[in-house]
Design a binder for this molecule. Structure first.
Ligand code: SF4
Length: 192
């Protein structure tokens, strides 16, 4: 049986990858490490949601609670690169220490993430730590996962995670509608 550690960014994104990995009779364990989620109430909300989901589905999860309040870089590319690297380096390290055969991430399900960059950084982290990165393109299961998350009434966020991603969301297509709910929150008054 192959022992796999999967980095989990949030519960809704974990549903489909966990299902696919378990289909092959692997021993799959989750790993929560998302230090850039801003603000703290959002971090806690995603964490609580994962704990409730993992408890219900009997999924083993390792939790690493470290927070990082500062931005990850000055450019769009740089900030996401650093953010992915931080999380995947840590996941690879925990995988190695825990005797896992492979590691991967739920970030590979999102059509909104920089997919090829995640793959590149995951493979690099694997080489650095001496444990293989399991690349899988989970994106064709994105809709299925989100539909199931809605049925299970799991909380699903409307922005990626960091403070800058809130601003980008506000400035994007949802301007004037749901984004108003985000900026209305008093926490965001201190963001920018
Ligand atoms: S947009 Fe998402 S991946 Fe990029 S830095 Fe922010 S939280 Fe990380």
């Amino acid at each position: 049986m192959t022992k796999i550690l999967i980095h989990i960014c949030c519960a809704p994104c974990a549903i489909y990858p966990l299902k696919k990995l378990k289909e092959k009779d692997n021993d799959v364990q989750g790993f929560w490490y998302n230090p850039g989620i801003y603000p703290d109430w959002e971090y806690q909300r995603r964490l609580r949601c994962l704990k409730a989901y993992a408890g219900r589905e009997k999924i083993k999860v390792i939790y690493e609670y470290k927070k990082q309040e500062s931005h990850f870089g000055s450019t769009e590319e740089e900030k996401c690169l650093n953010c992915y690297q931080l999380r995947l380096d840590k996941t690879a390290n925990v995988a190695r220490e825990g005797g896992f055969d492979l590691f991967t991430t739920t970030l590979l399900i999102s059509p909104y993430q920089k997919h090829e960059l995640i793959r590149e950084i995951g493979e690099k982290a694997g080489r650095k730590m001496g444990v293989d990165f399991l690349y899988t393109d989970f994106r064709n299961g994105y809709r299925e996962g989100i539909t199931q998350a809605r049925e299970m009434k799991l909380y699903h966020q409307r922005y990626c995670g960091c403070a800058r991603s809130i601003r980008e969301r506000v400035e994007s297509k949802e301007k004037g509608t749901k984004a108003q709910e985000l900026i209305a929150d008093s926490y965001l008054a201190h963001c920018f």
